[in-house]
Design a protein around this ligand. Structure first.
Ligand code: 5RP
Length: 261
């Protein structure tokens, strides 16, 4: 393992490496977006090359599609795959029920469509993303460019009647322009500090005409794998109600770090 890898990256790698063990030959796999998901794509690429694992991947962003192709993973669209066996993705926050905030990387729409078109979703994370209540991370809401300032006002109106601790919203920018997502939309970040009822908030936001989707993933995630910088991983399965503690051997994965050079 390269010495320059940060403890955070080691933790993300450990979670990602454990997660790809759940991928079996012939599977159709949703490939998440973000720095943790990128480790997963590298680890999966390694299994494809070394073991001849025969899978197809459905990426959740143009960034992930590019990396997956570079790693030798066969990439198809969700239309082609139709349904997926498993999606593995990162998250910005997860709570004890494995409800999530996602969209820090602006890919929440494709991520949610792919995750909900999968039999199972596994979230991979370092320990910093675990929270008692969602909301410290600003909640991204994807909105259509048409009339977006009006949609923002309507989001603020909805927030005024919700059980949240903050109500400020900001438009995600790229340079001096509102960021444009892969689906051609904008992102409104909601600074809520604490969300009392994530399910109610998700439903209320989706009632607004200009809202495409929110970054609240409710009842979608089945398992979380939490990595630590020393290689320890915790595997929590919400359906089975099990928690397992295991360890990843970094030395066995030197090929993957070789890819980075
Ligand atoms: C992208 C996401 C990512 O999964 C989330 O932002 C976590 O990213 P990272 O693994 O880089 O911390 O939702 O839209």
């Amino acid at each position: 393992m390269p010495a320059e890898l940060s403890p955070m990256d080691k933790a993300k790698f450990a979670a990602a490496r454990r997660a790809v063990d759940f991928i079996e030959d012939g599977m159709r796999v949703g490939l998440g977006t973000g720095s943790t998901a990128a480790w997963m794509v590298r680890c999966l690429g390694e299994r494809v090359r070394e073991e001849g694992l025969n899978i197809i991947g459905v990426p959740t962003s143009t960034r992930t599609a590019e990396l997956a192709r570079q790693m030798g993973i066969k990439v198809v669209s969700l239309e082609e795959a139709k349904w997926l066996d498993l999606t593995i993705d990162g998250a910005d926050e997860f709570d004890p029920e494995l409800n999530l905030i996602k969209g820090g990387g602006a890919a929440l729409l494709q991520e949610k469509i792919v995750a909900t078109a999968s039999d199972r979703m596994i979230v991979i994370s370092d320990a910093s993303k675990e929270v008692a209540h969602l909301g410290a991370f600003p909640l991204p809401v994807e909105v259509t460019p048409f009339g977006w300032p009006v949609t923002r006002t309507l989001i603020e109106e909805v927030l005024s009647s919700m059980d949240v601790l903050g109500r400020e919203t900001t438009v995600r920018m790229e340079g001096d322009q509102p960021l444009v997502t892969d689906e051609g939309n904008h992102i409104i970040d909601c600074h809520l500090n604490k969300i009392g009822n994530p399910r109610q908030l998700a439903l209320a936001l989706n009632q607004i005409a200009g809202v495409v989707e929110s970054g609240l993933f409710i009842d979608i995630c089945d398992m979380v794998i939490i990595g630590d910088a020393d290689g320890r991983v915790e595997v929590r399965d919400i359906n089975a109600g099990t928690v397992a503690h295991e360890k990843i051997d970094f030395a066995e994965n030197d090929n993957i770090f070789g890819d980075l050079k």
